[in-house]
Design a protein around this ligand. Structure first.
Ligand code: SF4
Length: 58
């Protein structure tokens, strides 16, 4: 699983971290990817209000 946060798009709402703290961590007002794979990743990506999270499966 490849997870990416587009820092240009991210508005720092913190939703991804709240839903999936093992993958996303807020840092300097933006979300940072800190994990590799988790069941909650997709849900967090879907919950991002600005679609800043890109998830690729392989
Ligand atoms: S949910 Fe989206 S906008 Fe909100 S902090 Fe995470 S990546 Fe940024």
């Amino acid at each position: 699983m490849k997870i990416k946060v587009d820092k240009e798009k991210c508005i720092g709402c913190g939703a991804c971290e709240a839903i999936c703290p093992e993958i996303f961590k807020m840092e300097d007002g933006k979300a940072k990817v800190i994990g590799k794979e988790s069941k909650c990743t997709k849900e967090a990506a879907d919950s991002c209000p600005v679609q800043a999270i890109e998830v690729k499966y392989r």
